[in-house]
Design a binder for this molecule. Structure first.
Ligand code: ADP
Ligand code: ADP
Length: 232
């Protein structure tokens, strides 16, 4: 479970104090697909950075499965970060490495022996529907296939949470739907909590159970997607 409790984050900027996030209370239960939606500047990146311990809240606390993120340092923080797999808008793949090598990369950093790495990566290749493309380079793949590699890589360390940061924003509508179907499938198969950060409402409508709507750093609405987005 992820919990933001009375979280505010301010920055001292030239223009004065910027309230990036204001009094956010959020509970994301295990196994759900939870959407956080908001326009540019709403505070989405700041929320992600606090979840990953890259920023500390100015006030309030962020806990993931009981550990308060801003209280962690060194190895504890690194171990905690491994529990959150991330996927990105521009995939962030290594261009000189093959599909399999990209997926193995986090395991290499975690010093997993080669044979074990390869076995794990092959399973993930299959899970994301890229069998036969193991030895391709990212430049030979379509956008959707690149994101499948990103998803497989994010899962390589068996994270507790998959965090999607605008992961379909660079994809066309059909490819977006395919990638979202894959996320839904992974959520069900692995019973993995998925947090979907996006500025696109249709992404939320398609796969999320719950949504929080962020506007100027504040949650202005939250609840089951069907309630929040129901027509009046
Ligand atoms: P989003 O990801 O939804 O676009 P951000 O979290 O990046 O939103 O930003 C929220 C607000 O906080 C914006 O007004 C942004 O300019 C401001 N902000 C974010 N990070 C900083 C920073 N390091 N210094 C000053 N202002 C910041
Ligand atoms: P998009 O779908 O956004 O057009 P691309 O596959 O073109 O995605 O690129 C994604 C990111 O990877 C971009 O930030 C781009 O600068 C970088 N990139 C693309 N090709 C290469 C490459 N051959 N080597 C290094 N970085 C690259």
């Amino acid at each position: 479970m992820i919990e933001f409790k009375d979280v505010s984050k301010t920055f001292d900027a030239k223009v004065g104090t910027v309230h990036a996030v204001k009094d956010v209370n959020l509970v994301i239960p295990d196994g759900k697909i939870y959407g956080i939606v908001g326009y540019s500047g709403a505070g989405k990146s700041t929320i992600i950075r606090m979840l990953n311990g890259l920023e500390s809240p100015t006030t309030g606390s962020v806990t993931v499965n009981g550990s308060e993120i801003s209280a962690l340092k060194g190895k504890e923080l690194r171990d905690q970060r491994l529990k959150i797999g991330m996927i990105f808008q521009h995939f962030n793949l290594l261009w000189s490495r093959t599909v399999l090598e990209n997926i193995e990369f986090p395991l290499e950093i975690a010093k997993v022996p080669k044979a074990q790495r390869k076995e794990k990566a092959m399973k993930l290749v299959e899970l994301v529907g890229l069998s036969g493309r193991e030895n391709a380079y990212p430049s030979e793949l379509s956008g959707g296939q690149k994101q499948r590699v990103g998803i497989a890589r994010a899962l390589s360390n068996d994270p507790e949470i998959l965090l999607s940061d605008e992961a379909t924003s660079a994809l066309d509508p059909q490819t977006t739907d395919e990638v979202l179907d894959l996320l839904l499938d992974i959520n069900k198969q692995l019973n993995l909590t998925v947090v979907v950060i996006t500025h696109e409402m249709h992404v939320i409508r398609k796969i999320c159970d719950h949504v929080a709507v962020l506007d100027s750093g504040e949650i202005v609405e939250q609840g089951p997607v069907l309630d929040v987005f129901k027509n009046p």
